[in-house]
Every structure is written in C-alpha cells, then in structure tokens.
Design a protein around this ligand. Structure first.
Ligand code: NDP
Ligand code: OXD
Length: 313
C-alpha cells in the first residue's frame, strides 16, 4: 500500500469535498486525506500532495514531500510562495485546452462580428448596420503557444482567421505564422486586429502589455486577456480605450480576483468583464490526469514535466 496522499488548498468546504470525492473516484487505490487531518507520523510518510493554492505553512508539515500536483494550470502563485522547495507539477489537461480554444474562438467572433458596437447601438435604439468583416481579413495575434495557445491557434485557423503566434522559444506550427523575441512581439502587435493573451504570469511577462506596447496595436484593435491580469497594465489599457486607440477589451482575469465591486472596469463601455471563466477546471478530467500522473510515478518513479522555477512557468 503506497503512503497516503495529502490534499490541501485554500478552498471552501464544498469545493474541498467535491475535489476529494472526485480524486478518490479517479484513484481508488490511494488513500487521499485532507492534510489537516493527518497526524505527524502520517505526515512523515507522505511523499505526494495534491494542492489547490496551498498554504505554504501547511505544506511545511510534510518533511518527506517528493513533489506536488497542482489542480490549476497557472503556477505563478506556487512559484512565488514555494520557490524551489519542492518539484511542482501543474495541470495540463487537453479538455481544459479544448474549452479555452472554444472561448478564444467565441470571443474572437464577438469582436470580429462587432458585438460591442451593436450592443451600444441597441442601448441607444440606433439601427446601424456595419460592414461584414471576413475572418480572412482579421489577423489574430496569440501571445503564448503552449498547451492552451496551440489549441486556440488551431481553432482560429480552422475558422479562417490568419494567426500570428508569439512564444519565448522559436516554434514551427502548421498554419500559424510564428514569431519570438521583442521584434517578433512588436511585429505581431502592429499587425493583429485582435490580440489574445495566453501567457503565464512570470517576471518576464508581468506588465508586458504596457502603454508602449499597446500603442503598437493598429487603431481600433482589440485585446482579449484570458491569462493573468498583471500581464496587462490596466491603467494604460483604459487610457488606450478612452482615446479610441483600442476599440474593446475582453478581460477574464484581473490584478485582484474577484474584481472589486467598486472597480471602474465594470462600467467601462469598452470593456467586457468575465469572472475568470474562459476555461474552468473540470474536476473529472483534471482528477483523471492527476491519477494518471501519480500511477506513472508509482510504477516508474518518473514525474511528468515540472514547472521551471527560474523561468517561472
Ligand atoms: P504553457 O506553459 O503550456 O504555455 C505558455 C506559453 O507562453 C509558451 O508558448 C511559452 O513559450 C510562452 N511564454 C512564456 N513566457 C514567455 C515570454 N517571456 N515571452 C514569450 N512567450 C512566453 O501554459 P498554458 O498554455 O497551459 O497556460 C497559459 C496560462 O493560461 C496559464 O499560465 C494560466 O495563467 C492561464 N490560464 C487561464 C485560465 C482561465 O480560465 N482564465 C485557465 C487556465 C490557464 P515557449 O513555448 O517557448 O515555452
Ligand atoms: C488555472 C486557471 O490556472 O483557472 O487553472 O486560471
């Protein structure tokens, strides 16, 4: 019998019960226990923890932890709070990528079919048909060509949008014009009618879309941020929207979440606010991924790819 697996996270009671039940169903051969219920002797035996934004002080109760499996795709909080204390495996779930690809396509259509302008016209009781813009004349810039970005690129390409994708390392992807480096980013921003952010939050991407970079975008271009709030300078974004330099922003992520009820972003006429729902984690598919990774570790001692702490993702 393998040692117990600890489960810990800053979750409410209902979410914790749901996750425990789903993980136990996916991995019935394991004893998965809330960390707070484990006595010191059991804690000493634990080598794997499944975590959802864990309290670092709680994790410190596990002296022989070999690795942790996060239930979230983004790892910036774990990197910031744990550093290189323990190898981190983040969630890489093809179903989550599918859902994100769907969201990117849906909100790209929302912008390319001028829904923000029609919503405004409706509020003003104004009947103003606008010219149809074909996807083929609407280049989409994708920042990030990882697990999520590559699926989004494929969905956009299938729908006829020319896609320019930016990543840290050079890539070749069928049907996607790929760029990297500062010059690649500048070229992408200058050409894309819609820019979609699917980057991790790291020291290199924090504040990446600042006033200078937003100013490179064509007049009337739009931004979709489905990654993390602090990648975009919100003040600079609002200034660009206020002057009409940019036409609209779809924001699913914010510097502080939940977005404060008093935030001016809620009422900005050129911003669509979403409550971090572009790709919600599906407990069933996520638990199956976690179970597979733990079983492989038990069978072969190998870990799936871990987060590179120095790189930040
Ligand atoms: P991956 O790690 O698979 O991909 C990250 C991509 O970003 C890679 O292509 C990487 O380049 C690129 N990148 C990283 N740093 C830089 C940089 N400095 N310059 C240029 N490119 C860079 O991440 P995922 O696709 O799985 O997820 C992306 C993010 O989406 C997550 O970190 C999370 O924050 C967010 N997310 C949001 C959700 C939501 O509901 N809103 C749901 C899930 C995730 P390279 O390929 O060269 O390494
Ligand atoms: C995640 C997210 O990182 O939902 O999984 O943003």
């Amino acid at each position: 019998m393998p040692p117990p697996i600890a489960f810990t996270g800053r979750l409410d009671a209902a979410d914790e019960s749901l996750w425990l039940a789903t993980l136990r169903t996916a991995l019935p051969e394991a004893e998965i226990r809330p960390l707070r219920e484990l006595a010191a002797t059991a804690c000493a035996a634990v080598d794997i923890a499944i975590v959802a934004n864990p309290d670092p002080a709680e994790l410190a109760r596990l002296p022989n932890l070999a690795w942790i499996h996060s239930l979230w795709a983004g790892a910036e909080r774990l990197v910031a709070e744990l550093g290189d204390r323990v190898p981190i495996v983040r969630l890489v779930d093809p179903d989550l990528a599918r859902v994100m690809g769907e969201a990117v396509l849906a909100w790209t259509y929302f912008l390319s079919r001028d829904m923000p302008a029609y919503a405004q016209a409706q509020r003003a009781h104004r009947w103003v048909p606008r010219p149809y813009r074909s996807p083929s004349t609407t280049p989409v810039g994708l920042l990030g060509l990882g697990t999520l970005g590559q699926v989004a690129a494929r969905r956009l390409g299938e729908a006829g949008f020319p896609v320019i994708g930016w990543s840290r390392t050079a890539k070749t992807i069928d049907g996607v014009e790929t760029v990297c480096g500062d010059t690649g980013l500048a070229a992408l921003l200058a050409r894309a009618t819609i820019t979609v952010c699917l980057l991790p939050l790291t020291p290199d991407t924090r504040g990446l879309l600042d006033a200078a970079r937003l100013a490179l975008m064509p007049r009337g271009a739009a931004l979709i941020n489905f990654a993390r709030g602090p990648i975009v300078d919100t003040r600079a974004l609002c200034a660009a929207l206020d002057t009409g330099a940019l036409s609209h922003a779809v924001l699913d992520v914010f510097d502080n979440e939940p977005l404060e009820a008093t935030s001016p972003l809620w009422d900005h006429p050129a911003i669509s606010v979403l409550p971090h729902v572009s790709a919600p984690t599906n407990p069933e598919t996520a638990a199956a991924i976690v179970a597979g990774n733990i079983r492989r570790f038990w069978a072969s001692g190998t870990l799936p790819g871990t987060v590179d702490i120095a790189r930040g993702y």
